[in-house]
Ligand binder design. Structure first.
Ligand code: XMP
Length: 325
């Protein structure tokens, strides 16, 4: 699909992030007046940039809700609190819903069923929080331009729009809906968001839930989170973090034999996936240097509990999808 110019999207010929911010702030103020706005802040690029824009425009009239479903990467909920509550002084409601999600997911092994449960539970938790707040009239969303054009053409199920119950009756505020992802990042950067937020790799809504294969257990979830953190740390040190499109670990629900401290062990493997892509419809495999692969393997084997084997997935998309579930 050809990219539309800023002019074609009604943004003018000489678009810059700084000018865009100025206009967006004025438009948000005009739309919202002294009303209150609610935002589901996941910590992903789009919702983070929308939050930063709204904080600039209307400050404490914005109420951000960060739902921690227990399936986030290591350090993510903490970063959301640090950036938005501590640094930007936002109204941030942090909900630790880990127990609620993991209880609902216990014993569920079908991937689509897992996605449905996570999606539904997310809406329920968010709606519960919304009902506790008085006088909210607006709902802000991180809809971006490809979300609109792709859902128009039926390319993919829409991630951002239409998920919340209609009876909440909000008017939508969508300040980045005419922008492509790279422009959203430029706006985020100009608003002072940290690079680790603005340039972060794609992360699925169901989070680590689709990387802990089969029925999610707390120990395997912890092992996915820890191994993912090691992979990210080593990719950053090795200069691959900004270069590789998406990289993560997976733990399947199988075990194999190993030896730990001279004794037989019966533990899980960790699978590493590192792919390059432009739009996620196709992906090629990153050729990670062997010394780095060995280093990551050694660290995972010595630092992550319950793991005795590390594998590298060499399968491109197609035939394989990027995520294992
Ligand atoms: P697949 O696995 O289909 O993934 O090759 C393509 C891209 O989409 C992400 N992905 C998801 N994102 N909810 C999301 O928000 C999901 O359920 C989901 N499943 C996959 C995946 O991480 C990759 O970037």
């Amino acid at each position: 699909m050809a990219r539309e110019t800023t002019e074609q999207r009604g943004l003018g010929k000489d678009w810059t992030a700084e000018k865009y911010i100025e206009t967006a702030v004025k438009e948000i103020k005009a739309q919202v007046g002294d009303g209150k706005v609610l935002l589901a802040l996941s910590g992903g690029v789009d919702s983070s940039v929308v939050a930063a824009l709204l904080i600039k425009a209307i400050g404490k009239q914005l109420y951000c809700v960060h739902v921690n479903h227990g399936l986030l990467r290591k350090g993510e909920p903490e970063q959301v609190v640090q950036v938005f509550k501590n640094q930007m002084d936002a109204n941030l409601i942090y909900v630790d819903a880990t127990e609620r999600f993991l209880t609902k997911l216990a014993g569920v092994s079908d991937p689509e069923q897992k996605r449905k449960i996570i999606g539904k539970e997310f809406i329920d938790v968010f709606a519960d929080e919304a009902k506790k707040l008085d006088g909210i009239k607006f709902l802000a969303q991180g809809t971006i331009y490809p979300d609109i054009t792709e859902s128009d053409k039926g390319v993919k199920a829409h991630h951002n729009v239409g998920g919340l119950p209609k009876e909440l009756n909000f008017e939508l505020v969508e300040p980045v809906k005419m922008l492509y992802k790279d422009e959203v990042r430029a706006v985020g950067k100009a608003l002072g968001l940290p690079d680790s937020m603005v340039y972060r790799q794609p992360f699925p809504g169901p989070g680590l839930g689709v990387r802990c294969i089969g029925a999610i257990t707390r120990d395997r979830l912890e092992a996915v989170r820890e191994s993912d953190a090691i992979l990210r740390e080593e990719f950053a040190k090795g200069g691959l973090a900004g270069k590789v499109w998406q990289y993560f670990t997976i733990i399947p629900d199988i075990k194999s034999t190993g030896i730990i401290d001279g004794k037989r062990s019966w533990d899980w493997p960790v699978i590493i996936r590192a792919v390059n892509s432009t739009d996620a419809t196709a992906a090629t495999i990153e050729e990670i240097p062997y010394p780095l692969l060995h280093k990551i393997t050694d660290r995972i084997l010595s630092e992550v509990k319950g793991v005795n084997r590390v594998l590298y997935d060499l399968s491109p998309k197609p035939i394989s999808t990027i995520e294992w579930e």
